[in-house]
Design a protein around this ligand. Structure first.
Ligand code: FAD
Ligand code: NAD
Length: 475
């Protein structure tokens, strides 16, 4: 039982094995940089273990169950599609096992990739000693801590859920992590926060059969997106039977502990019955509790301030991902991680994407890439925009997805596309075409003049561009 600190050294030390940290480590190792990655919990970070992937797995499972229940509820007459189903049943434990299986495959894949590329992975919690060294303690208290000296230190510790003082986590008040591994289905779920997590997971629970009420402080659901895009989502939530309490603040649990007390903008108090409460009011950078303060780096609130190469205010100390603030998205963290590895290897790189796509996996889904009409106007661009409705798209009809639209935003003078948005069934996959078009500097004529396969949702992309040029064919 030795407690003497061992010392190791490396060129690049990455703290955090989420999408930012593990991508940086893989790319650095590919470029021949001796790399050590420290992870306290699980490789893959929030994204693979308790974020993007498990939430999308449950969204799919809930959608499938909801579909079958809908067919069953159509009774003897059958659904419009002619499908007859009798009494579907949900084995929630199996659903969670299936989701866990996907997580395990992906996190196992990350471990294998790190190994294949020769990255040294240390399991344990890192604590900053100074800008060039870190101490790592494993969960085994008896094990000796390891000190690692490095030339470059990359901070990628991610973010954590924000707690509400009036509804602290514990017991029936859960965060997204717990909500992604339910042992049972609540009868009545109250969700606090109508943002990404609140609406993605609120929809899951509703489709699995729980009664769901969502409380949002602002007067709109998904307030980060423009109202035209969120309208079809709000309509679908209401149709699904999700209650929305907008412009409301939560006061806490009632005395009996079986309802959430809520106050609306007029000061009226209501109680929303609940046997589980999901608090999803945002995430904050994980910048405290591991000695980061001792480096006295420039901060942006709780986020680390970085420049366009992800350098912090200390030489050879870099930061990426959620730790550096908004937008807290996995693909941004990965892109930053890849770039930092290349800069350390001597390449000239800057983080200057033409756009960082954002997708909300509600039903229908929302995609935003680049400027909206409002943000273009704010940026002083003289822009035109045009919509193409999925109601006029054959493929959308065959998917029972006639709601929603594609919108394009382009400069009036030279038709350079500066933004694409869409709301509708399965539009997350259009984000690829949107990002390519903006990153490659496409003009309306490029999108309009490209042959799009028929019948696909993508035809709405071409048609939106044609419409902006004044000659849409199918509307
Ligand atoms: P993280 O993934 O948080 O990884 C940080 C890692 O660092 C963790 O594994 C942590 O254990 C480790 N760590 C922290 N401190 C230490 C320390 N001192 N020592 C050692 N290890 C440490 N984003 C999307 O783009 N699309 C989505 O669909 C999406 N869905 C989401 C759904 C949910 C429910 C949640 C919660 C988030 C979702 N996100 C989504 C956000 C996404 O998960 C994050 O943006 C992404 O994981 C950030 O990556 P990161 O590498 O910066 O940090
Ligand atoms: P969010 O910022 O998306 O939404 C939080 C919501 O809670 C906002 O609408 C906010 O107005 C509301 N709110 C804040 N305080 C409140 C209060 N006291 N009472 C009621 N409402 C309150 O945050 P989130 O849903 O927790 O997600 C965290 C982050 O995780 C996101 O910002 C995003 O970066 C990431 N994420 C992304 C995806 C995706 O890309 N599809 C999915 C899930 C999470």
């Amino acid at each position: 039982m030795g407690t003497q600190t061992q010392t190791q050294s490396t060129t690049l030390l990455v703290i955090g094995g989420g999408p930012g940290g593990y991508v940086a480590a893989i790319r650095a190792a590919q470029l021949g940089i001796a790399t050590t990655l420290v992870e306290g919990e699980a490789l893959g970070g929030t994204c693979l273990n308790v974020g993007c992937i498990p939430s999308k797995a449950l969204i799919h499972a809930a959608e499938e169950f909801h579909k079958v229940r809908h067919y069953a509820a159509s009774g003897a007459a059958g659904s419009a599609l002619g499908i007859h189903v009798s009494t579907p049943r949900l084995d929630l434990a199996q659903t969670v096992r299936w989701k866990d299986g996907i997580v395990k495959r992906l996190t196992g894949g990350v471990a294998a990739l790190l190994k294949k590329h020769g990255v040294t992975v240390l399991r344990g919690w890192a604590r900053i000693v100074d800008g060039k060294s870190v101490e790592v303690r494993s969960a085994d208290a008896a094990a000796a801590p390891v000190r690692i000296a490095c030339e470059h230190l990359l901070l990628a510790t991610g973010s954590e859920a924000v707690a509400l003082p009036t509804l602290p986590f514990g017991g029936m008040v859960v965060d997204a992590t717990e909500a992604l591994s339910p042992a049972s289905l609540p009868q009545r779920l109250v969700v606090v926060g109508a943002g990404y997590i609140g609406l993605e997971l609120g929809t899951v629970y509703r489709k699995l059969g729980a009664e769901v009420a969502v409380v949002e402080a602002l007067d709109r659901a998904l307030p980060a997106y423009d109202e035209e895009l969120t309208k079809p989502v709000v309509a679908a939530l209401r149709k699904l039977g999700v209650q929305l309490h907008l412009g409301c603040t939560v006061q806490g649990m009632n005395a009996a502990g079986d309802a959430v007390s809520v106050r609306d903008a007029q000061g009226r108090q209501t109680e929303l019955a609940a046997d589980r409460v999901l608090v999803a009011v945002g995430r904050r950078p994980r910048s405290a509790g591991w000695g980061l303060e001792s480096l006295h780096l420039d901060m942006n609130g709780r986020a680390l301030r970085i420049d366009d190469q992800c350098r912090t205010s200390m030489r050879k100390v870099w930061a990426i991902g959620d730790l550096t603030g908004e937008p807290m998205l996995a693909h941004r963290a990965m892109a930053q991680g890849e770039m930092v590895a290349e800069i350390i290897a001597g390449k000239t790189r800057h983080f200057a994407p033409a756009a960082v796509p954002a997708v909300c996996f509600t039903d229908p889904e929302i995609v935003v890439v680049g400027h909206t009409p409002a943000s273009a106007a704010q940026a002083g661009l003289d822009a035109i925009d045009a919509h193409f409705p999925f109601a006029a798209n054959g493929r959308a009809m065959t998917l029972e997805g006639g709601e929603g639209f594609v919108r394009v935003v382009a400069r009036r003078d030279n038709h350079l596309v500066v933004g694409w948005q869409a709301v509708g069934r399965a539009v997350s996959e259009l984000s690829t075409a949107f990002s390519h078009s903006i990153e490659m500097g496409a003009r309306l004529e490029d999108a309009a003049g490209t042959i799009h396969a028929h019948p696909t949702l993508g035809e709405a992309v071409q048609e939106a561009a044609l419409r902006a040029l004044g000659h849409a064919l199918h509307v």
